[in-house]
Design a protein around this ligand. Structure first.
Ligand code: HEC
Ligand code: HEC
Length: 172
């Protein structure tokens, strides 16, 4: 079989496209998650802790959580029904396995077993992997307290931003 120039150029085109696609993936090393528009989400879900980006968990996790807000990690985080429904809608629209997922979000979704609906971001495999170089004693510093306190180290976590260059680990 001789070289088929037409097939070869199609192949080269595909390689160039794949390169562009991988380049796009690296732009995701920006590690920015879409956040719900307007102040409602940060007001209602960011008053006790970081306003976690919806893309950090799959939709089924958020559905379960939003159905049990009266007993939310031992606290009552109940909302009026219109607010609850609006927030649930955003959480599922921008979830890790939702229609707006970027590559990082899809990796998060893929790391979670299908049957599981984890309620803690900090217990998901990708979170553990991304933080495996943070020594245990650092999590206990007074200005951090626990791994759930994303915004202690990720200075713009409430905007869904987690890029490496915005990480500042408090010294105490
Ligand atoms: C009244 C305070 C309060 C409000 C309001 C609240 N939460 Fe929480 N949330 C907590 C507490 C307490 C925890 C457990 C924190 C810990 O153990 O570090 C928690 C934990 C979480 C976690 C797990 C964090 C982890 O460890 O990975 C998620 C996700 C979460 N909340 C989402 C939400 C969402 C979404 C809303 C809005 C609907 C919300 N929370 C509103 C108190 C609150
Ligand atoms: C003790 C400080 C600290 C806390 C608290 C923390 N992180 Fe991180 N995070 C880091 C460090 C350090 C890295 C590794 C730096 C890097 O490679 O980006 C990292 C990496 C990440 C990355 C990958 C960034 C990248 O460039 O690939 C994500 C996403 C992330 N963290 C999300 C979270 C979320 C979500 C929370 C809260 C549930 C959280 N982190 C809490 C320190 C922290």
């Amino acid at each position: 079989m001789g070289v088929n120039w037409r097939n070869l150029s199609v192949l080269i085109g595909a390689v160039v496209l794949a390169g562009a696609w991988i380049g796009q993936g690296q732009a995701d090393s920006e590690v920015v998650f879409p956040m719900p528009p307007g102040p409602l989400y940060v007001k209602e879900c960011g008053s006790c802790h970081t306003a976690y980006a919806p893309g950090l968990l799959p939709a089924r996790s958020w559905q379960k959580m939003m159905n049990e807000l009266d007993n939310h990690f031992g606290e009552d985080a109940s909302l009026e029904e219109p607010e609850r429904l609006a927030i649930l809608r955003w959480l599922t629209d921008y979830a890790a396995d939702g229609p707006n997922a970027n590559m990082l979000m899809r990796r998060i979704a893929a790391s979670i077993p299908r049957g599981a609906a984890p309620q803690r971001i900090t217990e998901t495999p990708l979170f553990r992997h991304q933080h495996d170089e943070v020594p245990a004693h650092i999590w206990k510093r007074s200005r951090i307290g626990s791994p759930s306190n994303c915004s202690a180290c990720h200075t713009r976590a409430n905007e869904g931003r987690y890029p490496e260059r915005e990480v500042r680990i408090p010294r105490n």
